[in-house]
Design a protein around this ligand. Structure first.
Ligand code: FEO
Length: 402
């Protein structure tokens, strides 16, 4: 349904409460929404963000409740990922006079996303303004929030910020406004998951983005997923949490988690011996051991990403590491894991491919793998465990020298 937000701004987006996985990798327990807005000046009309291609018919109905698509003068895409641009090609067929407003990086992506070259593009640079008549749209460059093309759009007259994914949340309730939210705790949980998944790799850019909008008196934040945020509702909370979550770790204590799976307890014994070795050198270090099967994978990947170094172990089953280990490694942030020191270990029965296979994966992620790892055939002897402890010591000593 097209919803009036102010006299000049209308919501025309689509709710998708049934979605359970976004972009293949993000679980969405509470669905999502593809928010989109129309802002009307006294002379021109702009559509801000488009929609996922799968929902075009619903989306078009919403737009038609607000205006004839042929009246749209500008289509602003603050970010070109297909959840916001997938329906652009179809929209352009209905908006013959519309110019697409994007950042320079966005203009490059749009060609591949639409497979069109004959539409009109306005490249919005930082600080550029488009006048709609009594309503102006000012563009604020916001690179890597979370793509290189990302930008915000600010309407001073409405005190409205269109922030696209920034401040968004994969969370869907029937009402679009934060002040009508029913399940606050569920929203807050998903807000953190969303932040970690989308912005975790780009914390310095989050801080830069917050700085850029710090002086704006935002009354309403028109994000593109989840509830719209208001000054008297959730917006102060969301901004505070973004600031907190994007801060750098301020502790001198080294954090060296050990992750493992163990079929018969043997890889677990090695994990304990490694921990002893690390603690004998770095007595103040936080060295927690996690049986991967016992914890939520989002929690473990967060622990891994916040570590100074980590260890990971797996038995060998069917000539490979076991699936939970691969699941954890598939959740790491490949941008920020580079050069992180790591150690790999595991017990094996026949051939012991788990350790070298994990090492190969980590090296592909540009992780700094220590040595050739540590493997034990079947049950570790006391001598094996002493060797493991020694490996832990050497790993810790390497960390001191870094
Ligand atoms: Fe909601 Fe990055 O797209």
């Amino acid at each position: 349904m097209g919803n009036k937000i102010t006299n000049n701004i209308f919501s025309v987006g689509v709710l998708n409460p049934a979605l359970r996985v976004f972009d293949v990798v993000m679980r969405t327990e509470f669905g999502t929404s593809y928010n989109s807005y129309i802002i009307k000046g006294c002379e021109k009309t702009a559509l801000v963000e488009v929609c996922h291609a799968s929902f075009f018919e619903y989306y078009l109905d919403n737009i038609k409740e607000v205006c004839d698509p042929a009246e749209i003068d500008y289509i602003v895409l603050n970010h070109c990922e297909p959840d916001h641009s997938g329906a652009l090609r179809k929209m352009l067929e209905l908006c013959p006079k519309a110019k697409v407003v994007v950042s320079r990086a966005g203009s490059i992506y749009l060609k591949g996303i639409t497979n069109l070259t004959d539409f009109r593009v306005v490249i919005a640079k930082d600080g550029d303004i488009i006048d709609l008549g009594e309503r102006e749209l000012k563009f604020i460059s916001a690179p890597f929030l979370h793509w290189p093309d990302s930008m915000f759009t600010w309407c001073e007259q409405e005190k409205a910020l269109f922030s696209c994914d920034f401040f968004g949340c994969h969370y869907c309730e029937p009402n679009l406004f934060d002040i009508h939210m029913t399940y606050d705790k569920s929203y807050e949980k998903e807000l953190k998951n969303y932040f970690d998944g989308i912005f975790g790799p780009f914390l310095s850019y989050v801080r830069a983005g917050l700085e850029k909008i710090a002086d704006l008196d935002i009354k309403i934040n028109l994000n593109s997923h989840g509830p719209v945020l208001t000054k008297n509702g959730k917006l102060p909370y969301v901004m505070k949490m973004y600031k907190q979550w994007s801060m750098l770790k301020q502790s001198d204590t080294k954090k060296i988690p050990i992750f493992y799976c163990s079929a018969y307890g043997n890889t677990g014994k090695i994990a304990n011996a490694l921990r002893g070795g690390v603690k004998s050198v770095l007595s103040d270090a936080e060295v927690k051991i996690y049986d991967i099967n016992e914890y939520d994978i989002a929690f473990l990947s967060s622990e891994l990403m916040q570590s100074d170094a980590f260890m990971i172990g797996s038995p060998t089953i069917n000539a490979d590491a076991v699936p939970p280990v691969w699941v954890l490694l598939s959740h790491v942030d490949a941008i920020n894991i580079k050069k992180r020191p790591a150690f790999v270990f595991g017990s094996f029965g026949w051939s012991g491919e788990a350790v070298p296979n994990i090492i190969t994966r980590l090296e592909n992620l540009k992780v700094k793998v220590f040595g050739e790892g540590f493997k034990v055939n079947f049950v570790p002897t006391d001598e094996d465990l002493e060797k493991a402890e020694q490996q832990g010591k050497e790993f810790a000593q390497m960390l001191i020298k870094e």
